[in-house]
Design a protein around this ligand. Sequence first.
Ligand SMILES: [Zn+2]
Length: 249
Amino acid sequence: MKIGFSTLALFMKSFEDFLDKATADGFDLMEILCEGPYWPRNIQSPEDGLEIFASYDVDVFLHAPTIDLNPASMNPGIRDETLRQITETVDLASKIGAEAITTHPGMIHRLEDRIRDMGKYFAIETLKEANEYAEDSGVILSVENMPHRYAYFCNTAQEHSYFIDQCGCHATVDLGHANTTNDPASFLELEKTYYYHLSDNNGKKDQHLALGDGTLDLNLINGIDRGIIELDNYDNVIKSRNVLLNLSK
Ligand SMILES: [Zn+2]
């Protein structure tokens, strides 16, 4: 298994710091969370030092900005801006040689079936267009499953699979999110999974605990090929990495 971490754990450090840390600690992968200082629109120019990525042997993925964005929004302006920011993340991925980007499928703010159906239609329309742009750029667009709440799309393996099929994109399976459903194992059967997000929880809330500190069945992780540990604390990243290394022994 190739193991990496989300830069959420090292927020505010430089790209060089991320890459140095990944290399020093023996990680193969890294996912850059493109929020705040790493917002793609602000890091497109040559003076941002993007050539540094070429000198490291770490496979990089990007997590597109999702805060306040929503491909399923009832508001066309928000959908347009969401699409725009996904395409900007694809452009950044092309510049730094990142293979894949992950984004979210969106959510609704009025908990009614009628609204959910409409939101699902909008989300698929937005993400399909984003996927066409990504394909033309040679970047993989991967849509992530969400925690098990009615407001969120891709909250079951079945709906996740439907989105992947309709949008033509790949899947990022978040096993912490999957653990909030009553059937986390079903997410392992998805066909176009590009990589996994790994964190633990109590099976109810998306707590982002270190692996082994919650109820996630670690046997599910054994056998996956690419895993990004997604925690906000680097000590817990290392702790989880050690759990993974013991699993594969
Ligand atoms: Zn995510």
